[in-house]
Design a binder for this molecule. Sequence first.
Ligand code: PAF
Length: 273
Amino acid sequence: MIIARTLQELRDAREALGPVGLVPTMGALHEGHLALIAAARVAGQPAAASIFVNPTQFGPKEDFNHYPRDEAGDLAKLESAGCALVWMPSVEVMYPPHGATTIHVNGPAQHWEGAARPGHFAGVATVVAKLFGQVRPEAAYFGEKDWQQVQVVSRMVADLHLPVRIVPVPTVRENNGLAMSSRNAYLTPEERKAAPILHAALTHAAKEIVAGKQVAETLHHARHEVAQAGIIPDYIALVHAETLDPIPALTHPARLIAAAKLGRVRLLDNIPV
Ligand code: PAF
């Protein structure tokens, strides 16, 4: 496994590898990330992963300084997952002085996480576009756990005609249904017991909606169910799966999306309907 930390090291490694599938990450790797590496390898290309905790996608009051970091552990996991290249730029390499360009995103970036975390998706889109320019992957793999992020990145790639194929990969869950996330590391043992209720509430609501129950009422019940477990729902919504616009009744393609606060963790989840 090649580790590149400078643009020159990355260029040398890329010349040796040919077309690659890129898995962009912020480190603190878990089974969900490894499923992305596996998906890239199954597609028959060498897998490249990037590890970069991107400051521009964190709000001023968010956890950038405390975001879980485990370089040695991450590299060991990537190595045993068969990753061919790890791109680990510093903040100075990613954002050189005098940089003056950011990507402004609208459409699927407007609501939900975009409203709760102003500037977040501009930071994500900008760093992902930079990663695509640096690594020049043929395909890039993103976890569906961040459904809105996948739609924002797909929209950006289509709008800017970027020559990369976006491959969404299904969410990896713990046995109890909790979606894997690096930030789950912040949950106390007590909170870990409550956290799977978010996924259970979504699954229940999806069944009700498919069975023809009124959407607004079903979503109201789901929020109540989650709140009863001590999880503070921010939103639980039925949306168009690509535009992320809320939909009042079931039409396709639809997705149930949710965000909720448990202790200091913002839990995100979503499922198809
Ligand atoms: O999903 C993430 O970990 C990040 O948002 C990403 C895509 C690596 C961009 O920093």
